[in-house]
Design a binder for this molecule. Structure first.
Ligand code: KG4
Ligand code: ZN
Length: 364
């Protein structure tokens, strides 16, 4: 066992449909990294919770073993285990949590409970040392849309959240309407490349130019109205939908990205913080990344140096490395989980505090 001040950490992620494990050395270098995306869900057009749990159970051992092998270490070399305990699909989470508890107990090692979205927050810094607080974080995944002011690791001010669908959920639902496969985000992005975003105009929900910071909707998001607008449009298009699909995809992507970027810019202006970090599966979206880069130039000079940070594709989507990184942070703060620790389908974001704007904290 290496020095516990710089522990070797194994991170395990099983909250949805990726069985993922990674090993980080004491300097947060990724030694071994494996993501197994379950394909059993494809025919259903979405994740089937029971099938996800069963697939994790079948594959968790081999995924961890492969990550250890690639890292060139043995299970006994791991000093600290980290695992996602929520939020997510409960059956899927329980597989990772039970595996981790059993192994940590057998090897007499500490283990740490990790919040999935805090994991996403730590994804970018694994590759980009500049992705350090203070920054504005836009966390966009299949289940969550959060705008945070991260003043320090572990200290998160909630600025905005979605009031209904998450951004990734909207991409997935629009993909389904357009007859595209699951997961919808990459498929929508792909066909939108051949589309004209101006051909159909879609609404920008909760984005009015005259909103002020006192307005409770100033930072919040809503995507269900946008989805309804796409349903209305596809109904109107009828038989011509197959020809129009790239244009509909481009118009939807444009509207969703416009809202995400505009609200992030508001946060940068209000806080004076010029650094933005994108996390979660939707942060893999190329249009989102490009628009964020382009539009931060709109900010006044007083925001100071402006920069956008995001992870590469493999660390934007669900992965074990981000869980290991967050686990190390929590472990260094003195946290470790007891053997009666549970898994939770919904779970409070640790260290999240109400902003100064009277926002009610969500169960994230
Ligand atoms: O973080 P993630 O891998 O899993 C969750 O925590 O939910 O995010 C998955 C979500 C899905 O909704 C997927 O459609 C979306 O991220 N996504 C994208 C892209 N790649 C993945 N959305 C838009 N554009 C993409 N390129
Ligand atoms: Zn995720």
């Amino acid at each position: 066992m290496s020095l516990l001040s710089r522990p070797l950490v194994l991170g395990l992620e099983t909250s949805c449909d990726e069985t993922a494990a990674a090993v980080l050395d004491g300097d947060n270098r990724i030694l071994g990294h494996v993501i197994l995306s379950q394909d059993v869900h494809e025919v259903y057009g979405g994740v089937v919770p029971e099938l996800a749990a069963r697939a994790h159970l079948q594959k968790v051992d081999s995924v961890v073993n492969e990550a250890l092998e690639r890292a060139g270490v043995a299970l006994e070399d791991v000093d600290v285990f980290g695992v996602t305990t929520g939020p997510g699909l409960i059956g899927a989470l329980l597989v990772g949590v039970c595996w981790t508890k059993a192994v940590a107990w057998a090897l007499d090692r500490p283990w740490v409970a990790v919040h999935h979205m805090e994991g996403h927050l730590f994804g970018p810094v694994l590759e980009d040392p500049q992705a350090e607080p203070p920054f504005i974080a836009l966390l966009v995944s299949g289940g969550h849309t959060l705008l945070l002011y991260v003043t320090a690791w572990g200290e998160y001010e909630l600025l905005g959240k979605t009031r209904d669908d998450a951004a990734g959920e909207a991409f997935d639902k629009v993909a389904k309407l357009l007859g595209l496969p699951y997961p919808g985000g990459p498929a929508v992005q792909r066909i939108a490349e051949d589309g004209d975003p101006e051909r159909h105009r879609l609404p920008r929900p909760m984005l009015r130019r005259n909103q002020t910071v006192e307005d409770p909707a100033f930072y919040d998001f809503s995507f269900s109205g946008l989805k309804t607008a796409v349903i209305d449009l596809t109904t109107k298009l009828g038989d011509s939908l197959s020809d129009e699909a790239p244009h509909v995809a481009a118009a939807f992507q444009d509207a969703a990205v416009d809202v995400l970027v505009s609200k992030t810019l508001r946060a940068m202006r209000e806080t004076g913080c010029g650094r933005v970090v994108l996390g979660g599966g939707v942060s893999a979206n190329v249009h989102l990344r490009q628009e964020m880069e382009r539009r931060i130039q709109e900010l006044d000079a007083e925001t100071g140096p402006r920069s956008v940070h995001h992870a590469s594709l493999r660390l934007s989507l669900d992965n074990g490395a981000m869980i290991a990184r967050a686990a190390r942070f929590r472990f260094e703060k003195g946290e470790s989980a007891p053997l009666d620790q549970n898994a939770w389908a919904s779970l409070d974001f640790p260290g999240l505090r109400d902003g100064s704007r009277g926002i009610t904290l969500p169960k994230t």
